[in-house]
Design a protein around this ligand. Structure first.
Ligand code: GUN
Length: 290
C-alpha cells in the first residue's frame, strides 16, 4: 500500500512556487496577493484560513485576512466582495465557506469577479472548466488531479466513483476526471444520498473519491482489492481521550481500508494540503494574467 502523502507533495510544489515567485519579484518587482474573507468564528474554518495564509507566507506571496463577525449582513458582505473586486492590489480572493445561515452563499459567490475567483467557484469559471477552456479550477478537485498526476496514477479508462455531489468538490471532480486530457479520460460515476446500493458502486471503483462528509463511512467491504482511495473528508469526531476532545477522521475508515487499497490518502495530510497548493497555483496565475 502506497501512502499518498499530500503534505510532503505540497511542500515540494510550494518550493517550486517559491522559485517562480522569487523570479517574478526580481523581474517585475511585484508578488502575488491573495485575500481571504472569514466570516464568524467557525473553528474548522479558522484553521483552514490560517493554513492558507501561512502557506502564502511560505511561498513569498502577500496575503490579507479579512475577518468579519457572524452578524454581518448580506449587504455588508457584498460590499466587502465589491471592494476586493475593485482593489488593483489584490490578485485573487476567496470567501471561506460555509457562511452563517442568514447569508446567501449563492448571491455572494455570484458577486465575485471571475478574474479574481481563485477558488474557481463562480459560474464563469465552472462553465469555462466544463468547456475545457482556460479557467481557475476549483481548489480541492484540482488538488486531487495534481496528486494523481504527480504520483503517476493512471486515470485513463479507469472506473472512478465519486461520493458526494457538492458544487465545490464532487460535481467538478466528475468533470475534471472525465475530460479528454491527462489526467482524465476516466469513466465516472457520481453517487449521492439517493444512490441505490452505494456499496455495489464503490466495489466497482478503480479509484474511489469520498467527499460525502460522513466520518469513516467507506469501510473495507465497500472497496475493491487494489483500488486507489482519495479521502476528502475532514470530520471532527468526539474523543474524550484526546486533549482537544475530538479527533479528525476522514470519510474513509483508514485502518480497515488501507489493507485492501493499492494507494490511499491519509487524513489529515492527504487532500487538504493539496487544496491549498491548488489555490496558490490559481493565485500565481491570477497575478500573471494582469
Ligand atoms: N470550505 C471548504 N472548502 C473550501 C474551499 O476550497 N474554499 C472555500 N472558500 N471554502 C471552503
Amino acid at each position: 500500500m502506497q501512502l499518498l502523502d499530500g503534505k510532503s507533495l505540497s511542500q515540494t510544489i510550494k518550493e517550486e512556487l517559491k522559485t517562480e515567485v522569487d523570479a517574478i519579484r526580481q523581474a517585475a518587482g511585484k508578488i502575488p496577493h491573495l485575500a481571504a474573507v472569514l466570516v464568524g468564528d467557525d473553528p474548522a474554518s479558522q484553521v483552514y484560513v490560517r493554513n492558507k495564509v501561512r502557506s502564502c507566507e511560505e511561498v513569498g506571496f502577500r496575503s490579507s485576512l479579512i475577518r468579519r463577525p457572524a452578524t454581518i449582513s448580506q449587504e455588508e458582505l457584498l460590499e466587502v466582495v465589491e471592494t476586493l473586486n475593485d482593489d488593483p492590489d489584490v490578485d485573487g480572493f476567496i470567501v471561506q465557506l460555509p457562511l452563517p445561515a442568514h447569508l446567501d452563499e449563492d448571491a455572494i459567490n455570484l458577486a465575485i469577479s471571475p478574474q479574481k475567483d481563485v477558488d474557481g467557484f463562480t459560474p464563469v469559471n465552472i462553465g469555462r472548466m466544463t468547456l475545457g477552456l482556460e479557467a481557475y479550477l476549483p481548489a480541492t478537485p484540482n488538488g486531487i488531479m495534481v496528486l494523481l498526476e504527480r504520483y503517476g496514477i493512471e486515470t485513463s479508462g479507469k472506473e472512478v466513483v465519486v461520493l458526494g455531489r457538492s458544487n465545490i468538490v464532487g460535481t467538478p471532480m466528475t468533470i475534471l476526471l472525465s475530460r479528454k486530457r491527462q489526467p482524465g479520460n476516466a469513466t465516472v460515476t457520481l453517487c449521492h444520498s439517493r444512490t441505490r446500493d452505494l456499496a455495489a458502486h464503490c466495489r466497482r471503483a478503480d479509484i474511489l473519491i469520498a467527499a460525502i462528509g460522513i466520518p469513516e463511512m467507506v469501510t473495507a467491504d465497500m472497496v475493491k482489492e487494489g483500488a486507489v482511495i482519495i479521502d476528502v473528508g475532514i470530520n471532527r469526531v468526539d474523543d474524550s481521550s484526546r486533549k482537544r476532545g475530538y479527533r479528525l477522521a476522514g470519510d474513509v475508515d483508514f485502518e480497515s481500508v488501507k489493507a485492501k487499497a493499492s494507494a490511499i490518502t491519509p487524513v489529515p495530510g492527504g487532500v487538504g494540503p493539496m487544496t491549498i497548493v491548488s489555490l496558490m497555483m490559481n493565485t500565481l496565475k491570477a497575478s500573471q494574467a494582469k
